[in-house]
Design a protein around this ligand. Structure first.
Ligand code: PRP
Length: 198
């Protein structure tokens, strides 16, 4: 049995404060995120109906968005995941990316919803879409929670973007800095002191 002691002092904000160390400012609040995700989910419900789309999540950053999005949808969906990595910052701009984890499902003839947390340079999505299209799905819709306003980004298919954001280092809601901050419930700008002092 799980008991709750009504007399116990509340420490509800303490873990949140710990997780939030390094946050310069909150860019998109939890409420704003969830409101937009409900809107996207309703659009996807209407678009796919009984077609049972396969939601393809791009690990690791898309996990928070994917989890909330699928729960906000009311139609039946299936899930699969891919992990993609560049060979390092120096080669990322040259377009060298590799698959760390491939899909489990055969996607031929399937309707795909690619779920991304952020489109930055556009390179990851460009590579992913080329690879998925070669496997002959019925169609592909890309849903990205965030897209950076970046004039030099690759023009890439992003059918539905939740929020257009400035070109700053963002963390939270799946997005990390050095593996941290992914479990913040909001999207925030990282305090530059975190990476200039390390
Ligand atoms: C991030 C993000 C996107 C990609 C976008 O993934 O999740 O997949 O970068 O950047 P791009 O448009 O410049 O290619 P990252 O490689 O940092 O891995 P992660 O999801 O595990 O954090």
């Amino acid at each position: 049995m799980t008991g709750v002691n009504p007399e116990a002092p509340t420490t509800a904000t303490a873990p949140q404060e710990l997780r939030a160390r390094g946050v310069a400012r909150i860019l998109i609040s939890e409420t704003e995120l969830q409101q937009e995700i409900r809107a996207i989910a309703a659009e996807l419900d209407a678009e796919y109906g009984t077609d049972q789309p396969l939601m393809v999540g791009v690990l690791t950053g898309a996990v928070a968005f994917m989890a909330d999005l699928m729960k906000a949808m009311t139609i039946p969906v299936q899930l699969d995941f891919m992990a993609i990595s560049s060979y390092g910052a120096a080669t990322k701009s040259s377009g060298v990316v590799r698959i760390l984890k491939d899909l489990n499902e055969d996607i031929e003839g399937r309707r795909l919803i690619v779920v991304e947390d952020i489109v930055d340079s556009g390179l990851t999505l460009q590579y992913l879409l080329e690879m998925l299209k070669a496997r002959n799905p019925a169609d592909i819709r890309v849903v990205a929670l965030l897209k950076k306003d970046k004039p030099d980004a690759i023009e890439v298919q992003a059918d539905r973007v939740g929020f257009h954001i400035p070109d700053e280092f963002v963390i939270g809601y799946g997005l990390d800095y050095a593996g941290q901050y992914r479990n913040l419930p909001y999207v925030a700008v990282l305090d530059p002191s975190v990476y200039t002092n390390s």
